[in-house]
Design a protein around this ligand. Structure first.
Ligand code: EPZ
Length: 432
């Protein structure tokens, strides 16, 4: 049994340019949406991630032939043989729920179980199921299996009680296969929604208003697979910018979409970073001290993204002064704070609020990633800490970041991914 760990020696500024990966949270719904299309779909700029491999396994189980060559995924639609997703596949990630809409849109029936994903507090799927019921889907629980069936999947006027990203995506994908028009109000406005609609429209769908609060979908149109390039990953881009902000130096992220990161860039500027943008590039320069950011509130897009909350909290640990963060999207998204405290941070969490009082320096520590963005926050903190840190449970990071260690290494950070056998673990042998 081997274990991979990240060994990071902090205290060195980062310098250089990296190209950001394609967006995990767009590639996954796009792969699911390919179910709705006849023929062949080719997706470029798909990051090589555990969640992508999981989505590929689900597509193959549903009767598609999904193959990957580097960052290109090809999905050939046969006659999908199954409308059931096994529990083991559902548990691998939250995005497995993204198959509900397209399976119903294509086959009018679907059997699945509760999805897995990062532990961020309860992550129910009630809004997904309510929306499907409004489109004519009967849903029953059969010993833990959720059995969905629609004699007639029809368009509806659906108002979401909250702008859920996943529910917005599922409604769009089901509505494309439904009879008649669907009007979705209080829809999520994230760029990943716009990317999904652009892909489906390129396949022959008619979706208007994606990226706004009201989306109108005309159902019943025949869709044919297409070739499409996934949008850049805005949260991965923010991750590398936050590393530059924390460690100091100058970092350029290319292949990015600065317009998707407005609220994030504003916070980095408030923290004392110099930011420049142009032709798909984001430049960050931090040579002076970090300043506190008095108040950050995570909000649905275009507000400050919840996925960047752990990342910015790692930056603000050594800012001059106190910063307050309110996490309004998830109940329990401060699991990474324990690791930052081990590194010498001064953070107090009360419910959904974190109060970060800047300290002069962090020090290295041995920590375990708790979830995808929490693990990234630990690496950001380790890069600015004095001395050596170790991060374990790297599978969390491998779900969402491609070439994580290599990217930091290319920016001059001392980041090594080491593999230990159980025996070596005891001897703590050095990284290869
Ligand atoms: C998507 O998750 C992202 N995941 C998350 O990114 C992101 O944090 C989240 O949107 C918010 O932006 C993917 O796109 C794969 P939601 P999703 O439905 O769709 C509640 C990452 O790190 N809710 O917008 O699951 C829910 O509990 C991940 O890349 C219900 O109550 O998020 C949460 O409090 C983490 N019932 C709120 O809505 C439901 O049926 C927003 O969740 C569905 C959601």
């Amino acid at each position: 049994m081997t274990e991979d760990i990240l060994r990071i020696t902090g205290g060195r500024p980062l310098h250089g340019e990296i190209t950001v990966q394609g967006a995990k949270n767009s590639a996954l719904p796009l792969m699911a949406a390919a179910l709705l299309c006849d023929g062949e779909t080719v997706l470029h700029r798909v990051p090589q991630l555990l969640d992508v491999y999981a989505a590929s396994r689900i597509l193959n189980r549903l009767g598609c032939r999904c193959t990957a060559e580097g960052n290109t995924v090809t999905i050939r639609h046969t006659n999908a043989e199954s409308s059931e997703i096994p529990d083991a596949d559902m548990r691998t990630m939250r995005s497995s729920i993204m198959f509900l809409g397209p399976i119903l849109g294509r086959m009018r029936c679907c059997t699945l179980t509760m999805p897995g994903g990062c532990e961020l507090g309860p992550r129910p799927i009630d809004l997904h199921l309510d929306a499907m019921r409004q489109m004519g889907v009967q849903i029953r629980d059969d010993g833990g299996k959720i059995v969905c069936r629609a004699d007639l999947l029809h368009g509806a006027r659906i108002h979401l009680p909250l702008p859920s990203v996943g529910v917005t995506e599922n409604v769009i994908m089901a509505a494309v296969g439904a009879a008649g028009e669907t009007v979705l109000t209080n829809a999520a406005r994230e760029p990943e929604i716009t990317d999904l609609a652009a892909f489906l429209n390129q396949c022959g769908a008619k979706i208007e208003g994606a990226g706004e609060s009201t989306v109108v979908i005309e159902g019943g149109r025949k869709l044919t697979g297409t070739e499409y390039s996934v949008m850049p990953d805005r949260i991965a881009a923010m991750t590398y910018l936050c590393a530059g902000a924390a460690a100091g130096g100058s970092v350029c992220v290319s292949g990015a979409a600065p317009q998707d990161l407005e609220s994030c860039l504003n916070v980095l500027k408030a923290a004392g970073c110099r930011i420049g943008t142009g032709s798909g590039r984001i430049f960050l320069d931090r040579t002076g001290g970090l300043r506190n950011v008095r108040y950050i509130r995570t909000m649905p897009y275009p507000g400050f993204p919840t996925d960047a909350q752990a990342l910015i909290s790692a930056v603000l640990c050594t800012a001059n002064g106190t910063s307050v963060i309110d996490e309004t999207i998830f109940d329990s998204r401060y699991k990474h704070v324990g690791a930052l405290l081990r590194m010498g941070a001064d953070i107090r969490t009360i419910g959904r609020t974190a109060v970060i009082t800047g300290v002069s320096r962090l020090h290295g520590a041995s920590v375990e990633a708790t979830d995808l963005r929490g693990g990234a926050a630990m690496a950001i903190a380790a890069l600015q800490a004095e001395g050596e840190s170790e991060i374990r449970q790297l599978h969390h990071l491998d779900r969402g970041y491609e070439h994580f260690a290599e990217i930091f290494h290319s920016l001059g950070g001392s980041v090594q991914r080491c593999r230990f056998s159980a025996k070596e673990r005891e001897k703590q042998s050095p990284c290869a």
